[in-house]
Ligand binder design. Structure first.
Ligand code: NAP
Ligand code: F7E
Length: 342
């Protein structure tokens, strides 16, 4: 039987690397779209490079997307590429709109032009719910985004729905709540906390500056969430799904758990810095994933404490490895980008 071909945009991101592993395990031929950089930056997929094919393309460039889809002729496309850091969307709102809104349209148009039978997954986000009035949030909850990121993702969400309804594409929007792993970028709050805790425990960092400690999120494990992505493209009819654990915790609770695992009292090290706040933040999010559980048979396997432990243990091991290297070679950086403070 012919193997299924998948094209993953953003394959070098956190989710892309887990999804590539997951699809390889399921017998797929995996192709990844990567944008050109002055230096190859394939850290997260270095262990997969013999098993996958990479192709150049950029969400900003329509021709490159049509060419990539034509060359790969995938059965399934997973559109994970995006400007995914919410604070950067406040300082670069137009670029964020180009990537996360119009970029989705360009890729959908490429599908329509090359082969409308290709199944399409769009990486939508709980950030679209924003200023929520009801909890938990499901597929019927009103969207009230609070960031240019959320607004742009909402464009990506609705254009996916629109192409499904207008052209009959099998196009689905997965509305995923925060998902984390040892491969999470170090500027996102969970990884910033676990990496800092590991460095503090090793005596290589003195304090950790954070913004809003009261914000609550529904944090799950990325390995579980990429499985839901694949499942969404195997149904008899396309439908949108909310994916989350159904449990929410505050940033403060995450800090307490992570530092506690290392025998540290977080209050001695953590500083709440208003400069790291956002012009508008989302206070609290929690998913109701019932539709995914009943229709897809999906359920999370890692709970909050298991997730924090997994990330802390990975960062303790990473710090131990990094600290034995020549200081010039160390690549651990914990700088917040300038945009994060605005
Ligand atoms: P990530 O680690 O930031 O990865 C994003 C990827 O997109 C990177 O590989 C990046 O490439 C690529 N990319 C950015 N702009 C591009 C462009 N113009 N053309 C081609 N590629 C481009 O994000 P993630 O956490 O894996 O998230 C994956 C997707 O899910 C994103 O769309 C995100 O918005 C969405 N999402 C994430 C979460 C979450 O909690 N993680 C929740 C809901 C939705 P480079 O490597 O070249 O930078
Ligand atoms: O912030 C608060 C911050 O940047 C979570 C992306 O994957 O999930 C992610 O977006 C919360 C916010 O994730 C710091 O104010 C406090 O309330 O880890 P985050 P996010 O903004 O929820 C959604 C679903 C996506 O789709 C996005 O792509 O933590 N917080 N102190 C902090 N956040 C950061 N980054 N840094 C801090 O120092």
């Amino acid at each position: 039987m012919e193997k299924k071909r998948a094209l993953i945009t953003g394959i070098n991101g956190q989710d892309g690397s887990y999804l590539a592993e997951h699809l390889l395990d399921h017998g797929y031929l995996v192709h990844g779209l990567v944008r050109r950089a002055s230096e190859r930056n394939h850290d997260r997929i270095a262990h997969l490079l013999d098993d996958i094919e990479l192709i150049n393309g950029d969400l900003l460039d329509q021709t490159s997307l049509v060419s990539a889809v034509r060359e790969v002729r995938p059965h399934e496309i997973y559109n994970l590429a995006a400007q995914s850091f919410v604070p950067a969307s406040f300082s670069q709102p137009v670029l964020t709109g180009e990537f996360n809104g119009l970029g989705v349209t360009r890729l959908l148009d490429a599908v329509r032009i090359v082969d409308p039978k290709i199944r399409f997954y769009q990486a939508s986000s709980s950030e679209m719910f924003g200023n929520v009035e009801t909890a938990p949030q499901d597929e019927m909850t009103k969207f009230q985004p609070r960031s240019p990121y959320g607004v742009a993702k909402l464009y990506g969400h609705w254009i996916t729905v629109n192409f499904r309804e207008s052209y009959g594409l099998y196009a689905v929007s997965g509305i995923l709540f925060n998902h984390e792993s040892p491969r999470r970028g170090s500027e996102f709050v969970t990884r910033k906390i676990t990496l800092s805790a590991a460095r503090i425990a090793a005596g290589h960092q003195k304090q950790l500056r954070l913004g809003n400690l009261d914000a609550r999120r529904d944090w799950g494990y990325t390995g579980d969430y990429v499985e839901a992505m694949r499942m969404m493209l195997q149904q008899s009819a396309p439908r949108d799904y909310v994916i989350g654990t159904g449990e929410s915790h505050s940033v403060r609770e995450f800090v307490e758990e992570a530092f506690g695992l290392l025998g540290l009292d977080w209050r001695e090290y953590v500083i709440s810095d208003p400069a790291l706040g956002r012009p508008a933040d989302v206070d609290s999010l929690v998913a109701n994933p019932r539709r995914a559980m009943t229709e897809l048979g999906w359920k999370p396997t890692v709970d909050f404490r298991g997730l924090v432990r997994m990330m802390v243990e990975a960062d303790v091991a990473l710090v131990a490895r990094e600290m034995t290297r020549d200081p010039e070679e160390r690549r651990l950086t914990l700088r917040e980008p300038l945009s994060a403070t605005k």
